[in-house]
Design a protein around this ligand. Structure first.
Ligand SMILES: [Zn+2]
Length: 668
């Protein structure tokens, strides 16, 4: 699928710099005023009435900006497989044509067979097959839904009773009326909230819902996490273009850009060569967050991981490698070639976006909450915060303090790094807030009370963010990642992964409570799963973190080796640890030797916070899995996320529901 490139930067420049709007003609001159009537003559003869004044002349035409599209034939030096060249500039001599001397910029959309491109199309990854297929699938899903339901539902509200009512009220409509009802939904989501549970595969959702239920005194299986109660759900195929089992960089890029790409790269398409800075230019993708920003909506990103980590980074950065979190992580060649680290791209998001979309004027990310302070501070103890865990917090080798640079860009904004600062944020008066609550990732929820200067929960961050973002009448786009479900699985701790998933579910519930189903699309999904299983035949209500007790039994069941075994386990990873209830940091296993394979669990409390499940294959870190993940949705457009979808479909549903690209065109 190495198809012909379309330069998104180039088309973006054209799409937004006003070239599609011709300069206004000058207004007509006002009519001359009527002449004054002649005075009566002395001999009683009436004087002649004064003549009307002559009309004023038309104003001279205002200068007109022109855009010239020229078809390029096969073999063209700029578009070897043909395409369209765009010349734009001001028609200074008002000749009506754009002379070579009047051309101020030239750009290309290279794609075989195209002869004309509209401004809406210019904003998209026009000739990327993933993008084309994703957009087509939105239409197809609408038709599938119409066929399956007789067009019964045009709104995808939260309560099933609502849906049933609408089934009744719409079932007499003609197919055309039904289709029109669905088409009306386009753009009806004023707000979009995309929740990503990093590594939250289906087995993690199931086990977490059971644990939450058991913590509330139930058997557990019958419990529902907040998003289990959403009216629409589907599946996402998570593979990357070059990987059967994906990573967060490729998957999140697919979700927020509408284009599947390679493993390990951020905000760029598959024509990138990972780690090669020179291949970034021309392969940058446009994200839903960027479109929302350009459309005048408020924007926010939240992660419990470092805010420069793959998932949040894919919303705002373009990088040949997910690991380029700060300049000290980059190869010299990449720095020399002009590539910027991810932290730098976050702080300069506003300026970078305005540069890419010439003529745009955006106000930047209103809310940024996460960890990863080290990537924004110089490697100098003088810059340590009172929350510092290391002797030197900062990692940057270029001496730059990006938190100070952010404050210069947003003089009225607030940079915060601890719970006190977070609590002090007034959501009605705050325009921009930048919260970096940890040197590296934020704490696991189970370990949060041990943070040095304190940090908010993911639900608290969600509530604060929405309260700030919803001050904008045009709405908002908010991306929220629970980044550490994934990390706890990598470390082999089901306890950590499940308790972080429950905290994530609480954040979803908070967002749902603070918004309206009529104007807010909430999507909850995962980027990928983990090799995490719920095994054996434990009886109903058996402690999910415990050992298997079979149906009808009261004693633990023994495996063929005569020893008990746990319900939860991993196919690979660091394996068994028995660290007791004092340890709430799943990463503690990294300082212990790998202990894969079968262990005697007879005298082990497997429900303790520091227990790590057995793993079959020894690896330094447990791995992702390649199976599908769930997509749970409610609000306008949510009905489109049924069935089994390519992961990049999520972008296209968001774009449809909020009409993001249309919104950009309308406001520029
Ligand atoms: Zn991972």
């Amino acid at each position: 699928m190495k198809n012909i490139k379309l330069s998104l930067i180039a088309i973006a420049v054209i799409g937004l710099n006003g070239c599609f709007v011709e300069g206004d003609d000058g207004t007509n001159g006002t009519n001359g005023i009527n002449g004054v009537a002649g005075q009566d003559g002395t001999n009683g003869i009436n004087g002649v009435t004064g003549q009307n004044g002559t009309n004023g002349q038309d104003g001279s035409a205002g200068n007109t900006s022109l855009l010239l599209q020229t078809n390029l034939i096969i073999g063209d030096i700029n578009c070897p497989n043909s395409g369209v060249r765009f010349d734009s500039g001001i028609d200074v001599d008002t000749s009506g044509t754009l002379e070579p001397s009047e051309i101020t910029s030239t750009n290309y959309v290279c794609a075989p067979g195209i002869t004309e491109v509209s401004s809406t199309q210019l904003l998209t990854s026009l000739n990327n097959q993933w993008f084309i297929d994703g957009a087509a699938l939105v239409s197809q899903n609408k038709n599938t839904w119409l066929t399956a339901t007789s067009g019964a539902v045009a709104q995808s509200n939260s309560g099933n009773s609502n849906i049933e009512q609408q089934v009744t009220s719409y079932e007499t409509n003609s197919p055309a009326q039904q289709a029109a009802l669905i088409e009306q939904l386009k753009g009806s989501a004023k707000n979009i909230i995309l929740f990503v549970g990093d590594g939250m595969g289906v087995s993690t959702v199931t086990a977490s819902r059971i644990l939450e239920g058991q913590m509330n005194g139930q058997f557990g299986e019958e419990n529902s996490l907040s998003f289990d109660r959403f009216p629409f759900a589907g599946l996402a195929k998570t593979y990357n273009v070059d990987a059967q089992t994906p990573d967060s960089a490729g998957t999140m890029t697919a979700m927020v850009s509408g284009v599947k790409t390679d493993v390990g790269v951020i905000g760029v398409d598959e024509n990138i060569e990972r780690g090669n800075c020179s291949t970034v230019a021309g392969n940058e993708l446009v994200t839903a967050l960027e479109l929302a920003e350009l459309a005048g909506k408020s924007t926010g990103i939240i992660s419990t991981a470092r805010i420069t980590h793959a998932t949040p980074a894919a919303t705002y950065a373009k990088s040949a490698d997910r690991n380029w979190e700060d300049i000290s992580d980059m190869p010299e060649a990449a720095v020399t070639a002009g590539c910027k680290d991810i932290a730098e791209q976050l702080v300069n998001f506003k300026a970078n976006l305005e540069m890419r979309f010439e003529g745009s004027n955006v106000n930047g990310l209103e809310v940024v909450f996460g960890g990863g302070r080290r990537h924004f501070l110089p490697r100098d103890a003088a810059f340590n915060s009172s929350d510092a865990a290391s002797a030197v917090e900062g990692d940057r080798t270029d001496g730059r303090d990006l938190t100070a640079e952010w404050s210069l860009t947003y003089p009225a904004g607030s940079y915060i790094f601890d719970q006190i600062g977070f609590n002090a944020i007034d959501t009605e008066t705050t325009t921009h807030v930048f919260g970096l609550f940890n040197e590296s990732h934020m704490q696991y929820e189970a370990d949060r009370a041990n943070d040095i200067a304190g940090e908010p929960s993911i639900a608290e961050m969600t509530a604060k963010a929405i309260a700030i973002l919803d001050n904008n009448p045009l709405g908002f786009f908010l991306s929220i990642e629970s980044g550490r479900i994934d990390h706890s699985h990598h470390a082999g701790s089901a306890f950590g992964a499940l308790t972080d998933t429950i905290a994530f579910s609480d954040a979803v519930a908070m967002a749902d409570e603070m918004t309206n189903d009529e104007d807010t699309l909430i999507i909850v999904t995962a980027d990928h799963g983990h090799v995490f299983t719920i095994a054996g035949y434990p009886k109903r209500g058996n402690p999910i973190l415990g050992k298997v007790v079979s149906v009808g039994q009261t004693e633990v069941s023994l495996a063929a080796d005569g020893q008990p075994y746990t319900t939860l386990g991993y196919t690979n990873g660091r394996g068994f640890q028995n660290l007791g209830n004092e340890v709430t940091d799943a990463d503690a296993s990294y300082s212990m030797p790998i202990a894969a394979g079968r262990q005697d669990l007879t005298d082990v409390d497997t429900a303790s916070t520091g227990f790590h499940q057995e793993a079959l294959v020894p690896l330094s870190s447990e791995t992702h899995s390649g199976e599908d993940v769930g997509i749970y949705a409610k609000g306008p457009g949510a009905f489109l996320l049924n069935g089994t979808n390519e992961q990049n479909m999520i972008y296209h549903v968001m774009d449809f529901a909020s009409d993001l690209s249309g919104g950009v065109n309308n406001t520029q």
